[in-house]
Design a protein around this ligand. Structure first.
Ligand code: GDP
Ligand code: MN
Length: 421
């Protein structure tokens, strides 16, 4: 039995930890990243974003080249090899005229782009980015990220970049080089030059490559990025620099949002799970899982214990929902709404430890939410802590079908029994 519990903790721990706040991340659209690159003097093709077909037409005219690329803006990787829910192939198209930009924009905007990374439903395309088509002589790969193990910024580069980077990692791992940056020293000119030599560029492009890498590292530090991925980083001709970022994916540390106002103003809610947006507004941590028992708990540790014990009795959690210190009637109601919006849910398990929040107050919230939302699935509430008896009394006197417990094991057993009935 113990093994099963440990197994579950292992399966869900990563996913839950990522959502718990320590490592929440903001992603921004490619066209926003390009704006940031330009600000720091890093080469990137000229481009204009558009949110309507007419705007795309105007954007193409403004960019003013007769070789252009239209790129779907959706927060997912692998767009070039993706396809749309309409059947249209690829989120990256080479075009020649503003009319084509308009036509492609109408086929891309507000449709879902499905890629290897997007999940089966795909990601909504909320904008298109029309860029000048730059002639690339060679495509390399470069990323900067925070290495968890060493707690140091890590720069990864490959002389073979572009759309097949996953294959390179498998078939030619020697092409991929790693460089650890010591934060006190920063990225030294020597290391930047060494990285530039490992990109497979011609010698005359190396100085510009080192310059680009140095500036990218500056962005990484100054903007509290957790990740910058440039793929491809290309050697180009006919530009005022020999090296350009043709695509950029940036991730930013949520914990630094207070000092990165501009970056955070670029958040695109259409790219996020609407339920998670609602949850976040109420300071709830919400992670969807595959089972049928909705869980509401307070505290991350209690959440993990709750999920383990449900699994132990043969149940399967539908979600993880942590209301932290804010188990107010309003947050409980929001939490119930989120849980019940999942049609798989056959029962709700509430496991709240009343410390700062008193059990009687939590019980009032539970009763109100159950009445207001006319909840029909069974509810098991395990309350512990201050004013427990008063809390249980409120539940009992409500006449509602809320099963009240003060011990975790019998409570978990009960909800599993009810949900599986
Ligand atoms: P991703 O598939 O989501 O990574 O999208 P990218 O922005 O990387 O575009 C896919 C591919 O299109 C890149 O790997 C490039 O080979 C190519 N590409 C994108 N923009 C340009 C451009 O301006 N010029 C050229 N020559 N190729 C481009
Ligand atoms: Mn790319």
């Amino acid at each position: 039995m113990l093994h099963r519990a440990v197994g579950l903790r292992y399966q869900n721990a990563g996913k839950i930890a990522r959502k718990l706040g320590q490592v929440r991340n903001l992603s921004i659209h490619e066209y926003r990243s390009a704006e940031l690159l330009r600000k720091y003097g890093v080469g990137t093709p000229a481009g204009e974003a558009a949110v309507t077909p007419e705007e795309a037409y105007a954007a193409a005219k403004k960019v003013g080249h007769n070789a252009l690329v239209v790129k779907a803006q959706a927060l997912t990787g692998g767009r070039g090899k993706g396809h749309f829910d309409t059947g249209l192939k690829s989120g990256v198209h080479m075009i020649e005229t503003p009319e084509q930009a308009r036509d492609l924009a109408s086929q891309m905007l507000n449709h879902n782009l499905i890629t290897k990374q997007s999940g089966a439903k795909g990601k909504l395309v909320s904008a298109v980015y029309v860029v000048e088509r730059v002639n690339a002589k060679h495509e390399a790969y470069l990323s900067i990220l925070m290495d968890r193990k060493s707690q140091k910024p890590l720069i990864i580069c490959s002389s073979e970049g572009g759309m097949n980077i996953e294959d390179v990692a498998k078939k030619n791992p020697n092409a991929i080089k790693k460089f650890y940056v010591t934060e006190s020293e920063g990225l030294t000119p020597g290391m930047a030059a060494e990285i530039a030599k490992n990109l497979g560029f011609s010698q005359e492009a190396e100085a510009d490559a080192a310059d680009a890498v140095t500036k990218l590292y500056k962005i990484f530090k100054e903007k509290d990025a957790t990740q910058i991925e440039i793929n491809p980083l290309s050697e180009v001709s006919g530009q005022n620099t020999k090296v350009m970022c043709m695509d950029a994916k940036f991730g930013f540390d949520d914990n630094a949002s207070f000092r990165q106002e501009e970056v955070y103003s670029w958040r695109d809610l259409s790219q996020e799970d609407p339920d998670e947006v609602v949850a976040k507004k109420s300071d709830l941590n919400f992670v969807k899982l595959k089972g049928n028992i909705g869980c509401l708990v307070n505290g991350a540790g209690l959440a993990m214990a709750t999920m383990d014990v449900i699994k132990l009795y043969g149940g399967d959690p539908a979600n993880f929902l942590d209301c932290g210190g804010g188990a107010t009637p309003e947050t409980i109601e929001t939490a119930f709404k989120l849980i019940l919006s999942n049609k798989n849910v056959d029962g709700i398990f509430v496991n709240i430890f009343g410390g700062i929040v008193r059990c009687d107050y939590v019980a009032e919230g539970l009763v109100a939410a159950t009445k207001n939302l006319s909840v029909t699935v069974p509810i098991v509430a395990r309350l512990q802590g201050t004013k427990l008896e008063e809390g249980q009394k409120i539940i009992k006197e409500s006449g509602l079908k809320i099963y009240s417990f003060d011990e975790l094991d019998p409570a978990a057993q009960k909800i599993v029994e009810l949900a599986n009935a």
